[in-house]
Design a protein around this ligand. Structure first.
Ligand code: PLP
Length: 385
């Protein structure tokens, strides 16, 4: 059976160029980057070159970038690192109701450790407004954490405007840019953001490697203790193949960013038009912002009220089509998404939402076929009732 992979927001296929780079590194470079001999120096050179390439895409200095074991670790390092280094200034942290669990669950732990959290609500599109951030800031607020773009619905937050608020109030600002990096032009040098999280596997790089941008001078405690790697900000022997793969993926993304953005828009349009044809506009609802510029092009979240999420995902899977729910899977049952709930969507939309996300390797024909199969699945269910 031909399979169709529409879950790129969860993880992407590794680009052949990235794979080639990684294989070469694994074959030729086995020295430890901390060793002083020639093998170690070669590994160190690779770490430096990889960092340069990623810094270029992020618009930052190389010493402002720390490699991590992925987006979750970057978020944790940002939140715990900033909270601990600034606890003498205050204990209040602001985030939003629509963050990824890497942020939300880290915040829950910080609450247990004595920090006070404010979770800002969002509008019906999933947007947090800068005025809400302004109003929530207190004299003891030390950190604000807002994601660049949402992983479930793709909604883009007004990061520039929020950064102006936090900078004016002297509060640190962390941005989880895991979904936005490589998809939207991000220039940290032009944003008043202090910390920004990235991950390689969302941009056709390897899983288990990421980075955290730490603006020069930002106070941050490390999470790990051990060697002196990453300027003492992240101890542990470097994952050089992962770093080189991340760098190759970042460099591909920066070269292809505008073209791929247009391609994704076209894919999105194809899916929506095909759904109109095969499902009928009255039988589905688009969740998130409808307008380009306010949403990522490659994530489309749609509710099909006649079919619950689990049934639709299972039926699609039987057809060889991989999509996702926006929900966390706990003990085998799907919990309604906290993101869609925060957007105040009716229960029927919450219980029937599917996330389609596309990219490398997908064709418009695949999206047409997906819509056609959804039409068939819905008809089958209708006839059974
Ligand atoms: N933040 C967001 C917005 C994400 O979408 C994800 C992954 O889905 C993460 C953080 C976690 O990143 P990683 O999978 O690299 O740990």
């Amino acid at each position: 059976m031909n399979t169709i992979y529409l879950d790129h927001a969860a993880s992407t296929p590794v680009h052949p160029e990235v794979m080639e780079t990684m294989l070469r590194v694994m074959k030729d470079h086995y020295g430890n980057a901390s060793s002083v001999h020639a093998f170690g120096r070669a590994a160190k050179r690779l770490v430096n070159e990889s960092r340069e390439q990623i810094a270029l895409l992020a618009g930052c200095r190389t010493d402002e970038l720390v490699f991590t074991g992925g987006g979750t670790e970057s978020d944790n390092l940002a939140l715990f690192g900033a909270a601990k280094a600034n606890r003498h200034r205050g204990r209040h942290i602001i985030t939003t109701q629509v963050e990824h669990h890497a942020v939300l669950h880290a915040c829950r732990q910080l609450e247990k450790e004595g920090f006070e959290l404010t979770h800002l609500p969002v509008d019906k599109y999933g947007i947090v407004h800068p005025e809400q951030v302004e109003e929530a800031i207190r004299p003891d607020t030390i950190l604000v954490s807002v994601m660049y773009a949402n992983n479930e619905v793709g909604t883009i937050q007004p990061i520039r405007e929020i950064a102006e608020v936090t900078a004016a109030r002297g509060v640190l600002f962390h941005v989880d840019a895991v979904q936005a990096f490589g998809k939207l032009p991000i220039d940290t040098s032009k944003l008043a953001v202090d910390l920004m999280s990235f991950s390689a596997h969302k941009i056709n790089g390897p899983q288990g490697v990421g980075a955290l941008y730490i603006r020069q001078g930002t106070p941050l405690d490390p999470l790990f203790f051990g060697g002196l790697q990453e300027r003492k900000r992240r101890a542990g022997t470097e994952n050089i193949a992962g770093m080189a793969g991340f760098a190759a993926a970042a460099s591909l993304a920066s070269r292809q960013l505008p073209v791929l953005g247009e391609q994704d828009e076209l894919m999105r349009l194809t899916l929506l038009q095909a759904l109109q044809l095969h499902v009928g506009a009255e039988n589905y609802h688009l969740n998130g912002h409808p307008e380009a510029g306010y949403r990522l092009p490659h994530i489309v979240n749609i509710s099909f009220p006649a079919c619950d999420t689990e049934t639709m995902l299972m039926n699609l899977d039987l057809e060889g089509i991989a999509a996702a729910s926006g929900s966390a899977c706990s003990s085998g049952s799907l919990e309604p998404s906290h993101v869609l709930a925060a957007m105040n969507l009716p229960q029927i939309f919450l219980r029937s939402a599917i996330r389609f996300s596309f990219g490398l390797g997908n064709t418009r024909e695949e999206l047409e076929k997906t819509a056609e199969k959804i039409g068939t699945i819905l008809n089958r269910l209708r006839n059974r009732r």
